[in-house]
Design a protein around this ligand. Structure first.
Ligand code: GYE
Length: 327
């Protein structure tokens, strides 16, 4: 009877009576939590930029990545940042759609003690301390390179130089810098004519639609000397609309200037259909990680880290060089 009682007691208290102790729990691994608010997936540049973040901030390297694609809407980016704050991210990476309207949500991040790093594009704010650092390209410099190339290409032109301008997402720092450089160059050249500025939104579809519509709305086919496309996707859309209407793009026809230098953009350039590619390097993951390490060590990073970029014309290119590029 006594034995039975002990047995029943053991059954009701299995843990205390169990002869084997459970293995001691290991400490949970410590991950640095990174919230990424990506603007969208509108272009080859953007897809490569996301890929670069994903390949650097891996669990093997000690990170947990919270990723949000805002589908080109600022309100989605603001909602994503608030979600990262709730999830207690250690750092927030923001690729901002446009330059304005970030102050309140960045203040919320600051109150929660989460440093925000701007990636690729930058913002305009009266309080620069709302972000820890910015990693990206100098868009005005890029635009100036393109304008200088156009100046050289049309140096001897006797008559007017007619330029069509396909802009990127209006109000983004990439658009503002690249557009400003062209506008200043147009101001500086009496014979440069800006025929129209169309909103290509950094996508091939929008650029195609806007260019086709504009061409079709003119009294006759306009004389075009150059099209300044603010990214490769815009160039693909514009070229498609132009070629469908009998224009030839290249040294003997309309000079297409483009930004990003993606593999596909450079392929068009090798074929001669894009005359100039201004590189814009999306592979910023390693540089962003350096900034995070600097912050983790308690030091203050620089405010801006600029990517190194170059120009390409058809003569600079080969298939092998294009294939070697990471994007
Ligand atoms: O040129 C374009 C993209 O912000 C630099 O955004 C970036 C631009 C890039 O979608 O392709």
């Amino acid at each position: 009877m006594k034995k039975l009682l002990i047995l029943l007691l053991c059954l009701s208290l299995p843990v205390s009576c169990s002869p084997r102790q459970p293995p001691p729990e290991e400490d949970p691994p410590h991950f640095t939590v990174i919230g990424v608010s990506q603007v969208g997936s509108e272009s080859g540049f953007r897809v490569a930029n996301t890929e670069s973040m994903r390949s650097v901030f891996t669990e093997e390297a000690g990170y947990r990545l919270l990723f949000d694609d805002a589908r080109q809407k600022q309100e989605n980016q603001i909602a994503a940042i608030r979600k990262f704050i709730q999830q207690r991210a250690d750092y927030i990476l923001l690729m901002p759609l446009c330059v304005s309207g970030w102050d309140s949500v960045l203040q919320e991040a600051r109150e929660a003690g989460i440093p925000v790093i701007l990636v690729d594009r930058t913002i305009e704010t009266a309080d620069e301390s709302l972000y820890a650092a910015h990693v990206g390209a100098d868009f005005q410099w890029e635009g100036e390179q393109a304008a200088a190339w156009l100046e050289n290409a049309f140096q001897g032109a006797k008559g007017p130089v007619n330029i069509l301008h396909i802009q990127g997402t209006l109000g983004s720092s990439a658009q503002l810098g690249r557009s400003a450089a062209l506008e200043q160059a147009v101001e500086a050249h009496e014979n440069w004519n800006l025929l129209a500025q169309l909103d290509g939104d950094f996508t091939q579809a929008k650029s195609y639609e806007e260019t086709a519509q504009w061409l079709d709305s003119q009294a006759g086919p306009p004389v075009l000397h150059a099209v300044y496309c603010e990214n490769d996707s815009a160039a693909f859309g514009a070229i498609q609309a132009l070629e469908e209407r009998g224009y030839s793009c290249g040294a003997e026809g309309v000079r297409i200037v483009s930004f990003d230098a993606t593999r596909q953009g450079l392929t068009y350039c090798l074929e001669g259909r894009i005359s100039l590619e201004v590189e814009c390097d999306p592979m910023m993951g390693p540089l962003v990680e350096e900034v995070i390490r600097t912050l983790q060590s308690g030091s203050t990073p620089d405010k801006h880290y600029y990517t190194q970029e170059q120009l390409f014309t058809p003569e600079d290119l080969s298939r092998a060089l294009i294939d070697r590029r990471p994007y």
